[in-house]
Design a protein around this ligand. Structure first.
Ligand SMILES: Nc1ncnc2c1ncn2[C@@H]1O[C@H](COP(=O)(O)OP(=O)(O)O)[C@@H](O)[C@H]1O
Ligand SMILES: [Mg+2]
Length: 422
């Protein structure tokens, strides 16, 4: 068979998805819209933005794309799946209505409450004075979340009442996150270890991936501001099979049932961010897509045909048994631009990529890169995801850091303590 696939997005996640899809025996052609410098190594880039629904629809029709795979959540929020469904085209991802589980924190918390999904106690507000009155009745630190998508920056965790008052003012009145801050969720602070889980689902059947752990803060020791993610490890031995079953039963299944009840069944990758504290499991949030950089380690560990399982999800007939994993561990270390997560320069030449990829078990997934005169240059905040597999977690980490040493661009920075938290 010679199927063609379109991946929508431009990050390291999309490079990893395109890389794995290109290995499928069924797939003869992979496109990425808009892609990045690295996606050209495994696919053809198409210059269409991921929110250009008409443009993507026309492209998929003209090129007779067999399956479109959404990486970037903004595409689902823009209604890409709804448009493809109407046109009778096959697509992996949730509808705009099902994407609300990620795109509205108020919707998501209310769904959790309706379905008895364990999560921090909360209230939602569209009135700043009432929000602050409530905060005064809770203990500190407290968590304040802008309702809408705010590119991973819409959460503030004040330690004092003065900070909380300022956060409410910033989000709800001065609208530093724009309309995303029209309403807020105020919730109790959870302690513990953050864990990422992913579940692949066709709307009815679902299968859960091994647990993984991202490292959000920019500096070693979990210091500094949050980023899109600085490194990931998987699987996590300390998350026991009983806890994974509990997450399936108490988190994933009820969330999918809840969306079905609302006539918006979820097809795609449901990714709950969780806080684990001893036996306690609480949901921090739901995402409606693969994590980035989680997808990078998952694609290295997946031991089955990605095209087959994603097209089965899209067609509503996923066989959970068909999702298989290789033994061992994977680790990703993110190499970031100078200044990230703040402002950063672009266009810095990158060296050492070929040398790094010559090492055993290394794949470098590109995020913010572009091709300039045949050479890779930086083009974003998170630039590269150096990804290794190994028999042990330490072995995977050692290989990843060995490869990192060979790569360079001016002002490059990365965390040196990925995988050392537990
Ligand atoms: N209730 C909570 N308790 C403790 N930390 C939290 C809580 N909610 C969120 N966080 C922290 O804030 C980060 C961002 O929150 P999240 O809900 O994942 O929003 P987003 O990813 O959309 O920015 C989380 O990864 C976690 O570190
Ligand atoms: Mg999050």
């Amino acid at each position: 068979m010679s199927k063609s696939v379109l991946v929508v997005g431009s990050g390291g996640r999309e490079h990893a998805l395109a890389w794995k899809l290109s290995q499928s025996n069924d797939v003869s052609k992979v496109y990425v819209a808009p892609g990045n410098g690295g996606t050209t190594l495994v696919a053809e880039n198409v210059d269409i933005s991921f929110t250009d629904v008409e443009g993507l629809l026309n492209f998929a029709r003209e090129e007779q794309i067999d399956l479109t795979v959404i990486g970037q959540e903004a595409a689902s929020e823009a209604g890409l799946v709804d448009a493809f469904n109407d046109a009778g085209l096959s697509i992996f991802g949730p509808t705009k209505a099902a994407t609300l589980i990620e795109s509205s924190k108020v919707f998501s918390k209310d769904l959790m409450s309706e379905q008895n999904i364990p999560t921090a106690q909360y209230k939602t507000f569209s009135d700043a004075t009432k929000a602050f009155e409530y905060i005064k009745t809770r203990s500190l630190p407290i968590v304040i979340k802008a309702d809408g998508l705010a590119t991973g920056k819409g959460v503030i965790i004040p330690e004092t009442l003065e900070q909380a008052e300022k956060a409410i003012q910033d989000i709800m009145i001065d609208k530093i996150f724009g309309e995303a801050g029209g309403s807020v969720v105020v919730e109790d602070f959870l302690k513990g270890q953050e864990v990422s889980m992913h579940a692949l689902t066709d709307g009815t059947n679902s299968v859960i991936f091994p647990p993984s752990q991202d490292h959000k803060q920019v500096f070693d020791g979990d210091k500094g501001p949050n980023t899109g993610g600085m490194g990931v490890i998987a699987p996590l031995d300390w998350v026991k099979p009983e806890q994974i079953s509990k997450i399936q039963e108490k988190v994933v299944s009820p969330a999918l049932e809840g969306l079905k009840k609302k006539n918006s069944p979820f097809i795609g990758c449901l990714y709950p961010g969780l806080m684990l504290d001893g036996q306690d499991v609480n949901v921090i949030e739901f995402n409606a897509r693969f994590g980035d950089p989680e997808a990078e380690v998952y694609m290295r560990l997946l031991d089955c045909d990605l095209y087959k399982i994603l097209s089965d999800c899209a067609a509503g007939n996923l066989n959970p048994e068909s999702v298989k994993w290789r033994d061992g561990y994977a680790a990703t270390v993110v190499l970031a631009s100078p200044g990230y997560p703040g402002d950063y320069p672009k266009g810095l030449p990158i060296t050492g990529l070929e040398e790094a990829e010559k090492l055993d078990d290394i794949v470098v997934f590109h995020a913010g890169t572009a091709l300039k005169d045949g050479n890779f240059v930086t083009a974003g905040g998170r630039v590269l995801n150096v990804t290794a597999t190994g028999d042990t977690l330490q072995n995977a980490l050692d290989k990843a850091y060995e490869a990192v040493k060979l790569i360079n661009f001016e002002g490059m920075h990365y965390r040196t303590d990925i995988g050392q938290r537990v």
